[in-house]
Write a protein that binds this ligand. Structure first.
Ligand code: NDP
Length: 485
């Protein structure tokens, strides 16, 4: 390990090495070392939290135009450098290059969007029910926000939390996923260039179980914004309630795409292939349940088999790759276990589901399509996070809707239909935070709320103007002006 290449934590305005180091390997090519990353210790975490508390007070006093400029500069740089940073992201996470570039570009848009929101912070006022008294209702910063992000959208998830946190006057202590530290350091380098109070923004790298746990247990944290798995989310909620820390959590899901008998089947196939297998299925919005009307079932399966087998699985940075590797060996092993589980539960494997080799050693597998599944099977109850989808045959719209809603999760759902009446009924009755009509379950905008129901989400929505609900705290002021002279 050479000291010069070691990527460090950013704490209280300084780049600091920790006690230990992890190596980050490219999942498309295990002989490619992406970098070596320092792991912060709990004493450094405490320094970050103390610095954040002081810096937040200064930042809350900074004028709106300055805050606007800082966010705009971060967003502009991300957009301008999306090709370079997208390549780094794809190299360490494994998503195809175009998706990596698109993610960094979108991350820039989160910052430019919230730059504009800085100037749109307008409160409410009202007359009191008591004579001569006026009421002013305004939002104030929450304080120090802990951001904990996953590896599957390492830059975008972090950006849709960090941008509103800073826009609404908060300080940030960010613990990124240990699988994708290079993207975290790259974003931090851009933020660190800005003229910010020292300690306003901190990057503390380390494992979830140590530094992440210490962060969420700290009484110095005023809010925790977390995206990740349900079990980790439950633990965070327990830790947060000890200190009455405000929480916002986006977790797993089990999204369904319903294909009706009146659907354009070719469109349904495109939406299913993209929604189920895009990003190797490692999306919280992936459609792992395909609920298909019996009248179009056989045609749909036949065409989806062709589309699935045509997907090119290869090195994330290779031209023409449509599916990169999965992120890690443990993810690959988990995926292969789910393939076995589907078989043992009685599903028929139509294609894929195998580990494959490419020119470089990596975590490659072919996308798996199963038929003959029922919604009660374990494989249709648990989040897979794999390039894998199971078809569930139904006999009508009502059954399809009931099946879509029969899950503990509730992030996104979709319907493919040419009936306006069904589309509208589905839009109103699907029990999910996001509903897609003739669109894939994955793919959302940044200027509107994002979140789910059930085990998928907890706390206020993310993104769009709704983010203010989490990142601010409301103050109601009563003002008596007395009698005019
Ligand atoms: P994890 O829950 O394992 O990890 C998420 C983050 O939490 C990581 O930074 C992790 O650190 C950290 N962490 C782990 N344990 C703790 C702990 N005890 N205390 C505090 N932090 C901890 O999820 P994955 O990274 O595997 O991401 C995949 C999950 O994320 C899927 O379930 C997916 O559905 C969900 N997700 C949800 C989205 C949504 O909007 N609903 C969007 C994207 C993903 P470390 O990396 O070191 O383990």
């Amino acid at each position: 390990m050479s000291e010069i290449n070691l990527k460090k934590n950013f704490i209280a305005g300084e780049w600091l090495a920790g006690e230990t180091v992890i190596e980050n390997l490219n999942p498309s090519d295990l002989s490619d070392l992406v970098g070596e990353f320092s792991q912060a210790n709990t004493s450094q975490l405490n320094d970050a939290l103390d610095a954040a508390k002081l810096a937040q007070k200064a930042w809350a006093q900074v004028g709106l135009e300055k805050r606007y400029s800082v966010l705009m500069a971060i967003g502009t740089e991300l957009i301008e450098r999306s090709k370079e940073l997208g390549e780094l992201l794809s190299r360490e996470e494994g998503k195809p290059l175009a998706e990596g570039v698109g993610e960094v570009y979108r991350s820039g848009q989160f910052f430019t969007y919230y730059a504009a929101e800085v100037l749109r912070q307008i409160g409410e006022n009202a007359d009191s029910v008591r004579d001569g008294i006026e009421i002013d209702v305004r939002r104030e910063p929450l304080g120090v926000v802990a951001v904990i992000s996953p590896w599957n959208f390492p830059t975008a998830t972090a950006s849709w939390k960090i941008a509103p946190a800073l826009a609404y006057g908060n300080a940030v202590v960010w613990k990124p996923a240990n699988a994708t530290p290079a993207s975290a350091v790259a974003l931090t380098e851009i933020i660190a260039k800005q003229d910010l109070p020292k300690g306003l923004f901190n990057l503390v790298m380390g494992s979830g179980g140590s530094i992440g746990q210490a962060l969420v247990e700290s009484p110095k944290v005023n809010g925790i914004s977390f995206t990740g798995s349900v079990p980790v989310g439950r633990g965070i909620a327990r830790a947060a309630i000890e200190n009455f820390t405000k929480i916002q959590m986006e977790m797993g899901s089990k999204n369904a795409l319903a294909v009706m008998d009146d659907a354009d089947v070719d469109l349904a196939v495109t939406l299913a292939a993209g929604g189920a297998f895009g990003g190797s299925g490692q999306k919280c919005t992936a459609s792992s349940r395909l609920i298909v009307h019996s009248k179009v079932h056989d045609e749909f399966v036949e065409k989806l088999k062709v589309a699935t087998e045509a997907l090119k699985v290869d090195h994330a940075l290779k031209e023409g790759t449509q599916l990169g590797p999965v992120v890690s060996d443990s993810q690959l092993q988990s995926n292969l276990k789910y393939v076995d589980l589907a078989k043992s539960e009685g599903c028929q494997l139509i294609c894929g589901g195998e580990r494959v080799e490419r020119d470089t050693e990596g975590y490659y597998m072919t996308p798996a399509l199963f038929t003959g599944s029922t919604n009660q099977m374990q494989v249709n109850r648990e989040e897979l996070f794999a390039p894998m989808a199971c078809v569930i045959k139904v006999d009508g719209y009502e059954e399809a809707l009931a099946t879509v809603n029969d899950t503990n999760f509730g992030l996104t759902s979709g319907i493919v239909t040419t009936s306006l009446a069904r589309a509208n009924h589905f839009r109103r009755n699907a029990q999910t935070g996001c509903v897609m009509v003739n669109l894939p379950t994955a793919g959302t905008d940044y200027h509107v709320p994002f979140g789910g129901r059930g085990d998928s989400s907890y706390g206020p929505r993310e993104q769009g103007r709704g983010a203010a609900e989490f990142y601010t705290i409301v103050k109601t002021a009563y003002i008596s002006s007395g009698q005019p002279e």
